[in-house]
Design a protein around this ligand. Structure first.
Ligand code: BES
Ligand code: MN
Ligand code: MN
Length: 470
């Protein structure tokens, strides 16, 4: 028995309940809570109900499953640590769609443990992390009868598809959510499975471009050379958005980008990272991206523009000689501090309208987004998380900039005025959003101990120091 939580009673509880815990983890993974697909709405509701029942069972109070404009939010709190700090714990219970199904080694919602890995959709992103948060709280309450800090749990079911429902819910319930810090477990460790604290996440601007020529497809013999082709026009528009050096060509796009300082660049450079090994692991013939920046800079500190999908015209077997009536593309930009998704969308729309040929109709529609965030590295709560990671994983964490996005993170900072600590445990290469998603069970198990330790570390903080930092 290791005593990384510094509490033998908790270690004993965790040792004795290991099998039960894995069964419960699998139970959660079996509910196909895909937020993007309407046919899974009842599964999202069932997942919310499952979590609420668990919260109640382990001793959390004021548990409720609350309606939003999307899937329900699960709330619960425990507020009896008088004078101690209050943390909001955030995770999401929704998952990404599972297609293409045939590439999974085992069905996505029938979790299996293979060689120390839990294999299922959501195993890492983010049900595994939500589950480990529940297990940490359960262990403390079972062993001690009380928590060292006050906790408010907010588990949402729309993170993978829309930021709006939780934003709305937070705006309505602000008064009820007084806290000192938000702890989000929805990020991962660094290459080599090194314990990490994420200190920045990129934002997002999502849009669709529709190019319309005619009502119906035209014979390409009768009309080719006479009318414009919407698919060709779309290709020209997309090609104009980014240069061969990876630089985005939308006027004003980089206006609000804050460049890394020399010191910040040096910190990224100092991380143990091998670009060639990374390339080989991904399995591409060459890496690509904006010239003049390292891979870690391009991923964590530079914005992007990517086509996510493009369609139109004939897609079947064989040939069909037409000029397609219309063509479409979905595209997204990852944003960095201090880019604003609204401004970036306007810049994109203005540029596309400017370069659109008069021979077709072109429209640009906004599909969503979120702001980038930088979390405080030297906040006492971040330092508490670092101590908790070091005590449990045996290694001080590295501080990393992640390329992904968690839209609510900016809301916690801007609307609730809270410092955010991104304390997540998923292993690098976890295949989140892809077939064969997996969670490292050692990370999961030790992560439970880290959270236990985190709350003890947070409780031990000097109140005055914490208040001064916020
Ligand atoms: N957990 C991820 C965010 C993430 C990805 C953090 C990689 C750290 C590293 C989250 O569930 C996610 O996938 N977010 C979406 C948000 C989008 C739909 C606005 C993303 O990043 O694509
Ligand atoms: Mn996630
Ligand atoms: Mn995700």
């Amino acid at each position: 028995m290791t005593t990384t939580t510094a509490d033998p009673a908790i270690e004993r509880f965790l040792d004795e309940t290991r099998d039960r815990r894995l069964d419960s983890y699998k139970e959660l993974l079996r509910i196909p809570s895909i937020s993007a697909l309407p046919q899974h709405a009842a599964d999202c509701q069932a997942t919310a109900d499952w979590i609420a029942a668990e919260l109640e069972r382990i001793g959390i109070e004021n548990v409720s499953v609350e309606e939003t404009t999307g899937h329900p939010v699960v709330y619960g709190d425990w507020l009896h640590a008088e004078g101690a700090p209050t943390a909001i714990v955030y995770c999401h219970y929704d998952v990404q769609p599972v297609d293409p199904l045939e590439l999974w080694d085992s069905p996505p919602f029938e979790p299996v443990v293979v060689e120390g890995k839990m294999l299922a959709r959501g195993a890492a992103d983010d049900k595994g992390q939500l589950h480990l948060q529940l297990r940490a709280t359960e262990a403390i309450l079972a062993a001690r009868g009380k928590l060292p800090v006050n906790l408010r749990f907010i588990f949402e079911g729309d993170e993978e598809s829309s930021a709006a429902p939780l934003e709305g819910w937070l705006a309505t319930h602000r008064e009820r959510l007084a806290a000192d810090v938000a702890v989000i477990s929805d990020t991962g460790f660094f290459e080599g499975n090194l314990p990490a604290i994420t200190i920045s996440l990129r934002g997002m601007m999502y849009a669709q471009i529709d190019v319309i020529g005619t009502d119906v497809d035209l014979h390409s013999g009768g009309y080719g050379g006479v009318v414009d082709n919407p698919a060709n026009a779309l290709a020209r528009i997309i090609a104009a958005l980014k240069g061969p050096d990876g630089r985005i060509l939308i006027p004003g796009f980089y206006d609000d980008v804050v460049a890394l300082t020399d010191e910040e660049r040096a910190l990224l450079d100092a991380l143990p990272f091998d670009e060639e090994a990374h390339r080989a692991k991904i399995g591409v013939p060459a890496l690509a991206g904006e010239s003049g920046f390292s891979v870690l800079e391009r991923k964590g500190a530079r914005p992007t523009l990517d086509v996510n999908g493009i369609w139109g015209g004939f897609q079947g077997a064989g040939t069909k000689t037409i000029i397609p009536a219309h063509a479409h593309a979905k595209l997204s930009c990852r944003l960095v501090t201090a880019q604003d998704p609204d401004r970036v969308f306007e810049a994109l729309r203005a540029f596309v309208e400017d370069i659109a040929p008069p021979s077709v109709e072109v429209s640009v529609t906004r599909l969503g987004g979120g702001r980038p965030v930088l979390t405080p590295v030297d906040h006492p709560a971040t330092r508490a998380a670092a101590r908790a990671l070091e005590a449990t994983f045996g290694k001080a964490p590295v501080y990393i900039r992640e390329g992904g996005s968690i839209p609510v993170c900016a809301s916690f900072e801007e609307n609730l005025g809270l410092p955010v600590v991104l304390l997540g445990f998923s292993p690098p290469g976890d295949r989140a959003h892809a077939p064969n998603e997996w969670m490292d069970l050692q990370n999961y198990e030790t992560g439970i101990r880290t959270i236990v330790r985190m709350w003890d570390e947070l409780a031990a903080l000097d109140r005055a120091e914490l208040d001064a930092a916020s």
